[in-house]
Design a protein around this ligand. Sequence first.
Ligand code: F6R
Length: 263
Amino acid sequence: MEIVICPTAEDAGEVAAARVAQVATQKGGPAVLGVATGSSPLALYRSLAARVQRGDLDLSGASAFALDEYVGLPASDPQSYASIINETVTVPLGLDPARVHVPQGSAQDLRQACEDYEAAIKAAGGVDVQILGIGSNGHIGFNEPTSSLASRTRIKTLNEQTRRDNARFFPTLDDVPRHCLTQGLGTIMDARAVVLVAQGEGKADAVAGLIEGPVSAMCPGSVLQLHRTVTVVIDEAAASTLTLRDYYAHTYAHKPAWQRFAD
Ligand code: F6R
């Protein structure tokens, strides 16, 4: 796990975008991106969009798979992840909407929708680089604490802390959906590379669990300790409770440029 601690959230977005661009470019063909919603990756998306606009990065042939979607919100709802991915990823990065996939949270048969989603990721050749945030309770995707570390795309019940965290996007807490479809931890672990971004003190404990805690379903993000190509890019506040914080900073500062970012 490569850990990069940046002075600000904006800097973290730049570094994380550089890593995503590196994987996409190294592929030498259309990349398959795994994309997260939420506040954490917004600076990363802005930086990727700037690279596309400058002509430094071409994602026109790329495809994307979102991590999750609320159950019961139509794709046209402004708070659906289909809408948010369109606004924050598809349009700014110049992706072809036909190649951008979001789990079908309004499908008649939700189980079938989950199976179809797994099949679509496989048919695309798997995810080259998965972009992640982390919930304050350690979730990645909507894999809440106690999720199976081997889980696949499925229906999950959102836990109350997640609903409270996301209530800022809805008129009242009661309007926050109770269920979602989410890629499983096993699905996420199949990505060839992972870039996780987190900012702010509210994420510090989750980040400590992810990097330094035991691998445990109580902190679902900790499963990434078993992935061989993870880059974690955080700001100082999110790094504030890491025991080996100085070691990570020192290691990164003294790495030759060619060695930065996991292979
Ligand atoms: C979003 C997702 C979630 C978020 C997490 C952090 O698709 O799957 O795991 O990444 O809840 O949310 P923010 O970034 O809003 O703090």
